[in-house]
Design a protein around this ligand. Structure first.
Ligand code: FAD
Length: 273
């Protein structure tokens, strides 16, 4: 019976800001005095798209593209000010999409409570090849590990038996030969899945903006969070700090038992910006 022992997080997409081309067109068209902005900031910028787009969105509010603006090299100062004043709406312009797998159905039940993200998850009504996830606590203890293996083998066997029996009963109750095979399978799998445990793997694609990701990290990479989702949150944070190093530069990492590579918590002076 296949099972996984750690969350896998794949960065599928993130914001790409057409800074040097499209935004420059707007600046020169709007006010020729803004032309220097290109020479001094845009052309020389080494900030990431996900850090710069929120900064520029904030600047647009006051059309601050003249000589007294905060230059791009001072993006950290600019965004720290945004965070400290809880003006986090500008962070919503940048987003990131992750494929997460090696995570359990109980984890994703917690994940999807975050209402500002968008989700696409493997359907247990259409897909009948379950894999399972071993909890961290079970991996280091022989008794718990053996118990987990027995549990998923029994769950898999029970699930397979139900698939067979449900197909028989469904055919008896719906003898129509024109019923599409996919409809029959869906009816069978939606009933059989009730035998699948919370530790069934539940791959999911999640898209959220940076403000929503921050809130997720503050709740789920905390010492109060459940250990499996905390490890997922840290794996996501590892990507986010590459995509948007300035937006996430205020988080402090603290080691958390049981001290595996993903066992950290995050704290920040700027919660819920
Ligand atoms: C340690 C921990 C334990 C938990 N235990 C439980 C539990 O026992 N039972 C349980 O049911 N849940 C539990 N949860 C889930 C928790 O209640 C939230 O559903 C989840 O953390 C999502 O956070 P959020 O509500 O802040 O909203 P998100 O959906 O992440 O939204 C972010 C913010 O947007 C605003 N917002 C979003 N939607 C609305 C709205 N409709 N109206 C007004 N403002 C809105 C709020 O300010 C909210 O904080 C737990 C969470 C954690 C971290």
């Amino acid at each position: 019976v296949p099972y996984l022992t750690a969350p896998h997080v794949v960065l599928l997409a993130s914001t790409s800001f057409e800074y040097a081309t499209r935004f420059f067109d707007f600046l020169t068209d709007y006010d020729p005095d803004f032309t220097n902005y290109y020479n001094e900031d845009v052309a020389m910028s080494n900030q990431t798209s996900s850090d710069l787009l929120p900064k520029v969105a904030g600047q647009l509010c006051y059309l601050s593209f003249g000589p007294n603006r905060t230059h791009d090299k001072d993006t950290a100062r600019y965004l720290t000010n945004i965070k400290s004043q809880a003006h986090g709406s500008v962070l919503e312009h940048a987003s990131a999409t992750f494929l997460c797998y090696g995570i359990s159905r109980s984890l994703t039940h917690e994940l999807v409570r975050h209402r500002h993200a968008s989700y696409s998850q493997v359907s247990q009504r259409y897909v009948a090849k379950p894999r399972f996830v071993e909890r961290p606590e079970f991996q280091t203890d022989e008794f718990l590990h053996n118990s987990f293996i027995l549990h998923i083998e029994a769950a898999q066997a029970n699930y397979n038996t139900l698939l067979v029996q449900l197909e028989v009963t469904h055919a008896e109750q719906h003898p129509d030969p024109n019923l599409p095979r996919t409809e029959r399978l869906k009816a069978v799998r939606q009933a059989a899945r009730s035998a699948l445990p919370n530790c069934t793997e539940a791959p999911i694609i999640v898209t959220a903006n940076m403000r929503a990701w921050r809130h997720f990290l503050e709740q789920r990479a905390s010492s109060y969070a459940e250990i499996e989702i905390r490890r997922l949150a840290i794996a996501i944070y590892d990507h986010l700090k590459q995509i948007a190093p300035v937006i996430f530069d205020d988080y402090e990492l603290t080691p958390e038992p049981p001290f595996g590579p993903l066992d950290w918590t995050l704290t920040t002076p700027y919660r819920k910006v």
